[in-house]
Design a protein around this ligand. Structure first.
Ligand code: ADP
Length: 244
């Protein structure tokens, strides 16, 4: 479903991604862990061309962009349409209800019929446990509820792949579980997911594969069992020890 080949990203003189190659099969959940500043967020943003890689290629489903050559600008929105992104800060429209937030993309971007978009948005909000909060504004919702609206909003665009960038980092500890639960349910339904997170419990339980990144490279890529219990690389071991 996803193929990344020799991806590099440079900000001025700072090389943040130094040749990342990886694949994600359809229906798999890949969790990316690593120290702050290792390039995890940049990698996720390169996947949907929110950041334009310096060189290398990204393919999601049928859409392939080779940034080593001149990129056809029209392929960027096509790549973006393949993905739904959930950010650390939920970025909901404050003047719109939960339902309106979820309907917005399908109606304005995908030109879906308003009634159909509304029915779909209500179903998605019910799916994330907010069936009774359709008419609430973001300010009337907890952080965990807002983030679940964020997930429903991303799903409303019918993405092939869901990208999560530290989706629970801004939440009070007691609200983290309700968001992880929704993500776990999505994984069990077979959604292809790439998740940057510090939640090692989630990585152990839900990930099919875990990637440990450090200083712009993939240091280790393995099953959660192997990576957490028998890491091959010293750098991985040191990172995991610091978490304890
Ligand atoms: P992580 O998600 O692992 O914490 P990031 O991908 O956010 O890492 O950042 C990796 C490095 O890239 C950091 O040193 C960060 O300061 C730098 N960086 C990220 N985005 C930009 C940007 N837009 N301009 C300049 N430097 C950036």
């Amino acid at each position: 479903m996803i193929t990344i080949t020799n991806l590099h990203k440079q900000f001025a003189s700072l090389e943040v991604l130094k040749g990342i190659s990886m694949t994600v099969e359809k229906g798999k959940v890949v969790v990316i862990i690593g120290p702050s500043g290792s390039g995890k967020t940049t990698l996720l943003r390169c996947l949907n061309a929110l950041e334009i890689p310096t060189t290398g290629s990204v393919q999601i489903g049928e859409v392939k962009l080779d940034f080593s050559q001149k990129v056809d600008r029209s392929s960027i929105p096509r790549l973006r349409k393949q993905t739904g992104m959930v950010f650390q800060s939920y970025n909901l429209f404050p003047h719109m209800t939960a339902l309106e937030n979820v309907m917005e993309g399908p109606v304005t971007v995908k030109k879906e019929n308003k009634e159909q978009a509304k029915t779909k948005a209500a179903a998605l909000l019910a799916k994330v446990g907010l069936g009774d909060k359709l008419d609430h504004y973001p300010a009337q919702l907890s952080g965990g509820q807002q983030q679940r609206v964020g997930i429903a909003r991303a799903l409303a665009m019918d993405p092939q792949v869901m990208l999560f960038d530290e989706p629970t980092s801004a939440l009070d500890p007691e609200l983290v579980g309700e968001v992880l639960k929704v993500m776990k349910e999505l994984a069990m339904e077979g959604m292809t997911m790439v998740v940057v997170t510090h939640e090692m419990g989630f990585a152990r339980e839900v990930a099919d594969e875990v990637i440990f990144m450090d200083q712009g490279v993939i240091v280790e890529h393995d099953s959660p069992q192997k990576l957490f219990n028998q890491p091959r690389e010293d750098r991985t071991r040191q990172f995991l020890q610091h978490l304890k």
